[in-house]
Write a protein that binds this ligand. Structure first.
Ligand code: NAP
Length: 280
């Protein structure tokens, strides 16, 4: 079986070209006002700094401005909340992203939920999640929303299929499960206490790997013809799924890198442009 490559890099480039035109349109309508995505980076985690830089670069590619707020590792919850309040009140800022994870002394949930719903372009607030889960208008969490976009772009059938999601984090496992359910999949959510994981994965028409452990999901667990979506990324260019062992048996798969990662950033850009279009 020749598996279809769900190429996130190619689709993200296409999305960026469309977004550049939308940003230019906003600028021409507003006499030069650019949408602004504010990213908050707390502490000195090198991976988080790289992700924030990549998001700033993506803003530049589509002609949008980014504003990076860098806060010390010792920042308190109150200090971070005050920073979010100030960005919420800033009419020049249409999107706010708080880079996850924040240092342990900070109440991350409280800080995420302080982001104004209209500026929650990364879909991290409880209100945004609730609205999305209910099928109401809201920005979805960027990674799962990007995965859904990729599946839809490639015409992957979701309705009536059995999707098995491995992982239940607030930014990935839970929202992708809700999005798949809203698209009429039958959804099983697995986590660290799940029993019979390999058997459950073996029943999946669509497997979503969101575990955070390199090649944790073995290729031989996945049934022939399944669609394989790997959200993981680890040093050496490997994901959460043992892709080489399943590539010749699955019907479609996301490459690592170049699958889910670029879609996350493109989705964040698109949601910020949408927020700006509403604002202006
Ligand atoms: P996370 O918060 O660490 O969550 C991992 C999930 O995996 C948890 O729900 C955990 O279950 C589950 N898990 C751990 N061990 C397991 C086991 N033995 N069996 C079954 N489930 C198990 O991770 P995350 O933030 O969701 O990220 C998941 C992956 O996606 C990571 O590889 C990360 O790098 C990647 N990611 C990629 C992007 C992107 O833009 N490409 C964005 C975000 C994340 P419990 O809830 O029971 O602990």
């Amino acid at each position: 079986m020749t598996a279809r490559v769900l190429d996130g890099k190619a689709l993200s480039r296409k999305m960026e070209a469309e977004l550049s035109a939308r940003v230019a349109e906003i600028k021409s309508r507003t006499g030069g006002c650019s949408p602004i995505l504010a990213t908050i980076l707390v502490g000195d985690d090198p991976s988080s700094a790289t992700y924030v830089k990549m998001k700033g670069n993506a803003c530049r590619r589509i002609g949008m401005e980014s504003l990076t707020v860098e806060l010390a590792q010792t920042t308190s919850t109150e200090e971070l909340l005050a920073q979010i309040d100030s960005l919420n009140a800033d009419p020049l800022v249409q999107g706010i992203l708080l880079q996850h994870p924040v240092p342990a002394q900070i109440d991350e949930r409280q800080c995420f939920d302080r982001i104004a719903l209209a500026k929650d372009v990364d879909g991290v607030t409880v209100l945004g999640f609730g609205a999305m889960a209910m099928g109401l208008p809201a920005f979805g969490s960027a990674t799962p929303a990007g995965i859904m976009r990729l599946l839809q772009h490639h015409g992957v059938g979701i309705e009536g299929r059995h999707a098995v999601v491995v992982g239940r984090s607030p930014i990935l496992g839970k929202p992708i499960a809700m999005m798949l359910l809203n698209a009429n999949a039958t959804v099983t959510i697995c986590h660290s206490k799940t029993e019979g994981l390999a058997d459950l994965i073996g029943q999946a028409d669509i497997v979503i790997g969101a575990v955070g452990k390199p090649e944790f999901i073995k290729g031989c667990w996945i049934k022939e013809g399944a669609v394989v979506v790997d959200a993981g990324y680890h040093p050496g260019g490997i994901g959460d799924i043992e892709l080489p062992a399943v590539i010749d048996r699955c019907s479609a798969y996301t490459p690592v890198p170049g699958g889910v990662g670029p879609m996350t950033i493109a989705t964040l850009m698109e949601q910020t442009v949408c927020a700006a279009e509403k604002h202006f």
